[in-house]
Design a protein around this ligand. Structure first.
Ligand code: ATP
Ligand code: MG
Length: 416
């Protein structure tokens, strides 16, 4: 039996890294008063259609949607922001606080062609700062992405790319001009861009096709359609990023795939072009919550793709086996085993009990194979006189101590 295409098991040997990412995120984000939120993995399909946008790739071709037994149309969440906006409204979180700082980590689902760094079930870590329209909120979230990436010690360099896509009115005027311009070159555009002209025009800016890029060089520029307010918002962010020494590149073609963004759009990319190199995507979304039936509350956030982040993580995790291996000559006869286990638990020492009931020699060999440092031996003699033989596997030295002095022995070990 194989897992579904585009899905992967996260095995015990990999889980430490996942836990490390969770812990780093939890630490940094808690310090900044971001609180974890866990929303359901399934939502009404309508939620994603209304928030992400009908003409986007996600809604158009990537959603896992199905009808449940009650004929409800349901979708496995393709991203986190829509659900969080929904939850904010459902639970009226905005009445408790003017600014809600939230974070999440969990699986997302998109029907895409699987490749390195692209799966059908993947995981995102994301944050949302909901309730402020100040540029400071944008800077706070960008800084937090940077803080987390720094602490995770990515082995490759990454760079923040940032753009302002203005507000809806500015974008509409611009879009109109862009359509006019592109229509003149329609026959020369790549197929995908051609399809996007009337539906998702701005995404054409993002095209990787060289002919399309050439045409775009002389196209109207979004920036020239931005109002003073939009430009000021953007400039303030850039000033602070410079102060914070967070390197960034202004990318006038960056628009992002989702409909709900306004003003700030950003991505963090590595310069490795041979694989999926966008690790984080985010931006400001001041209209989404109203659009979903809530009050008008501005917000800004991002999501990091964890599978892509894991590829970049330094292999600086030492896989330590400090496990104490317990070997027993006759498993069914040793009640003092429970006393030993209780003491190890009390001192939070990790242990593994050999359950094979094989000969002691075989069990000790197993301890060697598992690279344990210490092996506890409970043979017939030990059991008779309530003692334990402690064998240090790296040196081969061993000593016999009374069960009653095990605590003292551990305390002594802890000091050296
Ligand atoms: P891409 O252009 O690579 O498809 P996207 O713009 O669709 O990315 P977002 O919706 O911005 O991605 O999601 C944020 C992050 O989630 C991405 O930068 C990426 O790291 C990760 N991500 C998105 N889709 C996938 C996927 N199918 N598999 C693994 N990670 C993904
Ligand atoms: Mg995508």
């Amino acid at each position: 039996m194989q897992p579904l295409r585009g899905t992967k098991d996260i095995l015990p040997k990999e889980i430490q890294k996942w836990q490390q990412i969770y812990n780093i995120a939890n630490n940094i984000l808690s310090i900044h008063n971001y609180q974890e939120i866990r929303t359901p993995i399934i939502e009404n399909t309508e939620l994603f259609k209304r928030s992400i946008g009908n003409f986007t790739d996600i809604v158009n071709k990537e959603m896992y949607s199905f009808n449940d037994q009650g004929a409800r149309n349901i979708t496995l969440r393709p991203e986190g922001t829509a659900s969080i906006a929904r939850s904010l409204i459902t639970n009226k979180l905005y009445t408790e606080k003017t600014v809600n700082r939230l974070w999440y980590l969990g699986p997302m689902f998109r029907y895409e062609r699987p490749q390195k760094g692209r799966q059908r079930q993947f995981h995102q870590l994301g944050i949302e700062c909901i309730g402020s329209n100040m540029p400071m909120a944008d800077i706070e979230v960008i800084k937090l992405a940077n803080d987390i990436l720094q602490q995770i010690e990515c082995k490759e360099r990454y760079l923040l790319e940032i753009n302002s896509i203005g507000n809806i009115e500015e974008r509409e005027i611009y879009q109109f001009q862009l359509i006019e311009y592109l229509k003149k070159y329609e026959s020369e555009l790549d197929i995908e861009s051609k399809n996007r002209i009337n539906k998702n025009t701005l995404r054409i800016l993002d095209s990787k096709n060289s002919k399309t890029q050439e045409i775009l060089k002389t196209a109207p520029k979004l920036k020239t359609y931005l109002s003073k307010t939009s430009l000021k918002h953007f400039d303030t962010i850039c000033e602070h990023l410079t102060y914070l020494k967070i390197k960034y590149k202004i990318n006038n073609y960056l628009v992002r795939g989702l409909d709900y963004y306004n003003y700030t759009a950003f991505e963090i990319k590595t310069n490795n072009v041979s694989q999926q190199n966008t690790i984080c995507g985010g931006g400001r979304y001041d209209n989404l919550i109203k659009q979903l039936g809530g009050p008008k509350i501005p917000a800004v956030g991002w999501a990091i793709g964890l599978e892509r982040l894991l590829i970049l993580m330094q292999n600086n995790l030492k896989i330590e086996t400090n496990t104490i291996y317990i070997t027993v000559e006759n498993l069914n006869k040793v009640s003092i085993l429970w006393d030993i286990i209780d003491i190890l638990k009390e001192y939070e020492l990790q242990f593994e009990l050999d359950l094979s009931n094989n000969s002691l020699t075989k069990q000790i060999k197993r301890a060697h194979q598992l690279k344990s440092k210490i092996c506890l031996i409970l043979g017939e003699n030990e059991i008779k006189n309530k003692s334990i033989t402690i064998k240090w596997l790296n040196t081969g030295t061993q000593q016999n101590i009374k069960l009653s002095s095990l605590r003292k022995y551990i305390e002594y070990l802890k000091k050296i």
